[in-house]
Structure formats: structure tokens, C-alpha cells
Design a protein around this ligand. Structure first.
Ligand SMILES: NC(=O)c1ccc[n+]([C@@H]2O[C@H](COP(=O)([O-])OP(=O)(O)OC[C@H]3O[C@@H](n4cnc5c(N)ncnc54)[C@H](O)[C@@H]3O)[C@@H](O)[C@H]2O)c1
Length: 492
């Protein structure tokens, strides 16, 4: 299947903006249509959160971001899109009106993916000219970090639509779960509704506060659920006798009063007030943006821990990183090596700036270190090469600061090989602002090739030796940078 190149996001609220971020950061061009006059700002804020989270989540080579556009008319947004993501409010008549506008302008084979949390796809596709191209792709907030997307076909959805969607979401680093039969709220929200209903009863009956209920989740079974779900966890809980023993032991409880509360407590003004006041007491000291960052950092930490175990959502992350590495390797073959290589881009994040309002000096080293990693991968010093026992260590670094990199400044690095032999590699980076093209800093690094077993300098092996020699030869004619070889206190 050909990779996705262009998408439209209809609705750029909490979920729509999350989709925008996941798509853009995977190199897909996205046009957004949303009548909210604040949509551009809101999408920009979610995108900034997503960039920050992705930067922390993975050191794998990130593809260049796609282009972001906004269109006042839905028709203009969807005209050349291959995937149309609908994330407008949860009202069937509104969603159907949006589909009519989409179908008037979109290619008939473009997929329409609804983010609905619970409306049946058969209901949504009724009345469409091309109902076979609609399915539900139900994501979870934050869409740019959580891998699960439930794919639900309606009665008229073509099997090819589901297969294409499955491939698209897998390429986006997600875990597409194809739901076997459509049912309101699908699988995950059906589970969440059941838990949510019990939570409302517990608050209403004065048994626990919102904070205490959250503690009951996050200090215990919430940790289990992030890695094994419920059935595997209960299998373990059944001991050596396993699942049958577990059911024999706890099955009768299902008939005890534990789970009698299947009806929904009425959301009276008093109950809503109680929940809101308890929630304020629990979390009111943090702004929503702060809570988002805390949530994202915790999710990143969990995903990375699971990646180390090659398990669950961490396995999805590891697979995604393998694809990013492979794509970076394929891209390397098409690059003109006679010029400095542009292999690394970044944006100055809020936690990179210091009290002077510009990028802290330690971050320059971080950026140059990422650029060095990208250059190493370019010559074939990738995960597989390192796993086989070879790598480069930095023996010396000289950074020259020439301009200010301010918050949100888009940056890119150009890397020039000044010299290389079998064991050494003199690499020179120039850091530019992508906005003004101003040269902000340079970094000169002496790298030594090391045998990771003996921890001693050793000659590079193939394919690195050959590729680096070819790169050094291709760049030998480039002018020597004026900052190269400079001593401290001297410019040039
Ligand atoms: N919030 C969640 O946690 C969550 C999770 C999964 C799925 N969903 C689903 O995602 C969808 C969107 O939910 P949300 O939470 O992002 O809502 P939201 O209110 O944050 O965003 C909806 C956006 O749609 C825009 N909109 C309204 N009419 C429009 C139109 N005619 N054309 C284009 N845009 C229009 C609004 O201006 C708004 O920006 C819903 O179907 C919801 O069930 C929500």
C-alpha cells in the first residue's frame, strides 16, 4: 500500500487537534477546517505539546513534519485528501451534515474516519453516496501519545477500507484494534462507562471523594491495567490453577451486592456541584496546561518503561522506532553528499529556555548531540551496528555561540565532515534559525570509533567505514568553516 501523504481534519478541537499533531509529526500534510475563530491557536497549542512529548518519547530519527493549512470551507480542505478525519461534536445530525459537504468535494476513494466515541458507523454512513469508505477510528486523548485506535466498520463499510485504515494507523505508530461487531461505545468506552458509573455512585453515596477514587485506581489496579489489562491480570491472580480457578473463586461475588448498582445516578445539580468542588480541591492548584504536561510526561515514562520490556504499548513504540530508523536509512540514499547535510530539525521548547529568555547553553550541546547521532545513522552507525559492537564516542567538543535561539524558534542543523579516517571523524555542525536563516551557533566535534567490547579505539567496520570515507571525499572540497579549529576567545 502507498503511504498516506495528505489528510484533512474536520474539527480541530481536543481530539481533532490531537489527530492533526499525530499526522503532521509523521510527515503528512494536513488541512484543518473548523469554524471556531480560535482554532488555529488551539491547534498550535496542542501541536506544541505533541512536539514536546514526541521529543521526549523517542530518540529515533523523526521524519520532517508535514505542512499545516487551514481552510474556511470543508470542501477546500478535503479536495485532495486521501484520509478525512471527522472530529466534530458528538451529534449525529451535525456529523451527517458535515459528511454531505465532504462528499461534495472529496475523491470517492478518500476514507472518512469518524472519531465518534460511541455512535454506530452504520448510523453515520446511512445516506452517504459512498458509504463503503466510512468507518469509525476512535482514538484516546492525548491522540499524539496513546497508541490505541478502535476501528469499527458499519454494515456498508468495505473490508478494504478497514485494511487500508489499519495500515495507515500502524504507520502512524498506533495500535489499531479492529472491533469484530459494531456496538454503541465500542469496547473501551463501554468499559470506561461502567467504571465511571460506579465512580459517580461512590461520590453520590459519600463513600469516597474524587481524589480518593483516583488514588484507588492509580496506586493499584491502574498500574496493572497499563501493562496487562484485566484477563491476563486475573489469570495470574488465579495462581497456578489459572483462569478457571479465578472464576470459581470470585465468580459468586458477581451475584453478591458488590455489583448491584447497574443503573445510573441522576446527575442532579447537587451531585455535579459535589464532584466539581472535590475536583477543584484535588487538582485546582494546577492549570489545565500544567495537568496536560504532567499527564504527557507520565505517559512518556510509562511507554518508555514498557518499551524496555518489549511489552504491550511499549512494543508498539519499539516497532514504530524500527520503522523510523528504516525510513531514515532509505532517505540517506537520495541525499546530495557534496553539500553539508541537513539531518536534524527541532523547535526551541519552553523547558529549553533560561532566565535570559533564550535557549540554555546545555541545550546547544543536546541539539548538536542529536545532530551527531543523525550523522552517525547517515553513515550506517545505526541501532544494528551499535548492537554488533561498534560506535562513535565524542572525544572533544567546541561550541561557538553566535546568535540567540528564542522560545518556539524553529531550528535546523547542517553537518559537514571536515575529515575522517578509519578511527577518527571530525564533524562540524552549523545551527540555523529556520525562520530567519541566521547562523546561531556552531559545534565542532572529534569522534573516535570504538569497539564496544574492548572500549578502545578501533577501526570502523563496514558499512560505516566505506560510507564515511565516501562522505569525507564528497565534502573534501567544501570551504573550511571560519569557526573550525578556533581556540576559546577567538572568533575565526
Ligand atoms: N474528548 C475526548 O476525550 C474524545 C475521545 C475520543 C473521541 N472523541 C470524539 O471526538 C469528537 C470531537 O470531540 P472533541 O472532544 O474534540 O470535541 P471539541 O468540542 O473539543 O471539538 C469539536 C470541534 O469541532 C468544531 N466544529 C463544530 N462544528 C463544525 C463543523 N460544522 N465543521 C468543522 N468543525 C466543526 C468545533 O468548533 C470544535 O473545535 C466527538 O465525536 C467525540 O465523541 C472525544
Amino acid at each position: 500500500m502507498t503511504p498516506l501523504r495528505k489528510a484533512a481534519c474536520i474539527g480541530g478541537g481536543v481530539i481533532g487537534a490531537g489527530w492533526v499533531a499525530r499526522l503532521l509529526l509523521n510527515s503528512i500534510d494536513v488541512t484543518v477546517s473548523d469554524p471556531d475563530s480560535e482554532a488555529e491557536r488551539k491547534v498550535g497549542e496542542v501541536l506544541a505539546n505533541a512536539e514536546r512529548a514526541l521529543e521526549r518519547l523517542t530518540k529515533a530519527p523523526k521524519p520532517a513534519a508535514g505542512r499545516l493549512g487551514f481552510a474556511a470551507r470543508i470542501g477546500d480542505a478535503v479536495a485532495d485528501a486521501e484520509l478525512i478525519v471527522e472530529s466534530v461534536p458528538e451529534r449525529p445530525e451535525l456529523k451527517r451534515a458535515v459528511y454531505a459537504e465532504i462528499e461534495a468535494a472529496a475523491a470517492p476513494e478518500a476514507i472518512i474516519a469518524s472519531s465518534t466515541s460511541g455512535i454506530l458507523p452504520s448510523e453515520l454512513q446511512a445516506g452517504l453516496q459512498h458509504p463503503q469508505r466510512l468507518l469509525v477510528a476512535h482514538p484516546f486523548n492525548p491522540v499524539y501519545l496513546l497508541p490505541l485506535v478502535e476501528l469499527v466498520a458499519g454494515r456498508q463499510t468495505a473490508p478494504e477500507t478497514v485494511e487500508r485504515a489499519r495500515a495507515i494507523y500502524r504507520d502512524l505508530g498506533m495500535h489499531p484494534l479492529v472491533i469484530r461487531k459494531e456496538i454503541e461505545a465500542f469496547v473501551a468506552d463501554r468499559l470506561l462507562e461502567a467504571v465511571w458509573r460506579e465512580c459517580l455512585w461512590l461520590v453520590k453515596d459519600g463513600i469516597a471523594t474524587t481524589a480518593e477514587i483516583d488514588d484507588a485506581i492509580r496506586f493499584g489496579f491502574g498500574l496493572r491495567w497499563a501493562q496487562m489489562g484485566i484477563f491476563e491480570t486475573y489469570r495470574v491472580a488465579g495462581g497456578e490453577a489459572g483462569m478457571k480457578h479465578f472464576i470459581a473463586q470470585f465468580g459468586p461475588c458477581l451475584k453478591w451486592p458488590w455489583t448491584k448498582l447497574t443503573d445510573v445516578p441522576e446527575l442532579t445539580e447537587a451531585l455535579v456541584e459535589t464532584i466539581a468542588a472535590q475536583s477543584d480541591a484535588q487538582s485546582g492548584q494546577h492549570s489545565i496546561r500544567e495537568l496536560e504536561r504532567i499527564r504527557d510526561d507520565n505517559l512518556v515514562a510509562i511507554l518508555q518503561a514498557l518499551k524496555d520490556q518489549d511489552w504491550g504499548a511499549g512494543k508498539t513504540l519499539a516497532d514504530y522506532e524500527r520503522r523510523l530508523h528504516a525510513a531514515a536509512g532509505r532517505g540517506a540514499a537520495e541525499v546530495d553528499t557534496s553539500r553539508p547535510l541537513r539531518l536534524y530539525e527541532a523547535t526551541v521548547r519552553s523547558d529549553w529556555t533560561d532566565y535570559n529568555g533564550h535557549m540554555n547553553e546545555s541545550r546547544y550541546l543536546e541539539v548538536f548531540s542529536e545532530a551527531t547521532d543523525a550523522a552517525m545513522r547517515f553513515v550506517g552507525c545505526d541501532q544494528a551496528y551499535v548492537a554488533a559492537g561498534g560506535s562513535y564516542f565524542t572525544a572533544e567538543t567546541h561550541i561557538c555561540h553566535l546568535g540567540e535561539a528564542r522560545l518556539q524558534e524553529p531550528l535546523y542543523v547542517e553537518s559537514q565532515t571536515l575529515s575522517a579516517d578509519g578511527k577518527t571523524w571530525r564533524l562540524f555542525h552549523r545551527l540555523y534559525s529556520a525562520r530567519s536563516e541566521e547562523l546561531l551557533a556552531t559545534g565542532e566535534h572529534m569522534l573516535l570509533h570504538v569497539d564496544l567490547e574492548t572500549r578502545r579505539v578501533a577501526s570502523a567496520r563496514e558499512p560505516v567505514a566505506g560510507r564515511l570515507a565516501a562522505l569525507a571525499a564528497a565534502q573534501a572540497g567544501l570551504p573550511q568553516p571560519e569557526q573550525a579549529g578556533a581556540a576559546i576567545g577567538k572568533r575565526g
